[in-house]
Design a protein around this ligand. Structure first.
Ligand code: 1GP
Length: 244
């Protein structure tokens, strides 16, 4: 059985290979939408599919099944906003610590509630330091988590936060501008964080164009995550996922 971190994410990071992740919001994961994304991508597939959101009403399991139906070879990675979004049928779960914030609920509360459930599921866990950066507007993650993002010009705080995360044993860092962010994470900040840590770096939020993706990979992101742009226009999926 594939271990998503050991067999895919870490080797890609070590080899300097970029990975493209598509984020699927379970509430918007219809057969029609997945079908049109699949059609638009042709022979290409995303390297990873992230499934989850800050506030989810529908079944995450149904969304995972739909993703697996249309992209059977792409690993599914839960990106849960809370413990209700856990399901054993995904390939792995990102155990997120929202370390840019100071809300104990997202630093340890949800984790305690989820831990026994995760153990029983036997699903692969990937401890991830989740760092919210100001993306130019209030995003759902900021509002729901009741945490303050790191200001865009405070690169030194982002570096110190990422380092703390690595020292705590997290296996990857996610620099997040928030879904639908006006501005993606600044490239200077991506560069500085990349140079400071020795674990894979994920960047997401507000990435809309091929240029954005190229820029963010060039700055040092190992994995980029795109949700809203593909959700709005599935036709763009192929162009975005081939910007290595
Ligand atoms: C959000 O980083 C992801 O968690 C994706 O953001 O929807 O803006 O692509 P977008």
């Amino acid at each position: 059985m594939t271990n998503v971190y050991n067999d895919i994410i870490y080797p890609a990071y070590k080899e300097g290979k970029h990975l493209f992740a598509m984020l699927i919001d379970p509430d918007k994961c219809s057969e029609e939408r997945l079908q049109s994304i699949k059609k638009a991508m042709g022979e290409y597939v995303p390297d990873l599919i992230l499934i989850g959101g800050s506030l989810v009403m529908c079944s995450t399991s149904d969304a995972v099944l739909t993703c697996q139906k249309y992209f059977p070879k792409t690993p599914t990675l839960l990106f849960p906003g809370d413990e209700t979004q856990l399901t054993p049928i995904a390939d792995a779960v990102m155990v997120l610590s929202l370390i840019s914030g100071r809300n104990p609920e997202y630093l340890i509360g949800q984790h305690v509630r989820a831990s026994v459930k995760i153990k029983k599921m036997g699903i692969e866990t990937i401890p991830t330091g989740y760092i919210l950066i100001d993306g130019g507007r209030t995003t759902a993650v900021q509002y729901i988590s009741n945490t303050m993002p790191i200001p865009r010009d405070k690169t030194e705080i982002a570096i110190a936060t990422a380092l703390a995360s690595e020292q705590l044993g997290h296996k990857m860092i996610y620099l997040e501008a928030g879904s639908g962010a006006t501005d993606h994470v600044p490239t200077e900040m991506i560069k500085a964080v990349r140079q400071s840590i020795d674990i894979p770096l994920i960047v997401g939020g507000g990435l809309r164009t091929a240029e954005d993706i190229k820029e963010v990979f060039k700055a040092g992101a190992n994995i980029v995550v795109v949700g809203s742009a593909i959700e709005r226009n599935p036709e763009i999926a192929k162009e975005l996922c081939t910007q290595y």
